[in-house]
Design a protein around this ligand. Sequence first.
Ligand SMILES: [Zn+2]
Length: 47
Amino acid sequence: MDRVDPYRSSESYYECQSCGSRVRSGEYVGACPDCDGRVRDIAVSRE
Ligand SMILES: [Zn+2]
């Protein structure tokens, strides 16, 4: 089992520009895991 801490500030959000799938990862994501499309990092929206 993977231990995932949802409050890790080092994580970033990435959104696929092809299928719109979003990935949260603490590492750089170069391609969409679903469609292998290009992803871009999206800032976490401020409240
Ligand atoms: Zn995709």
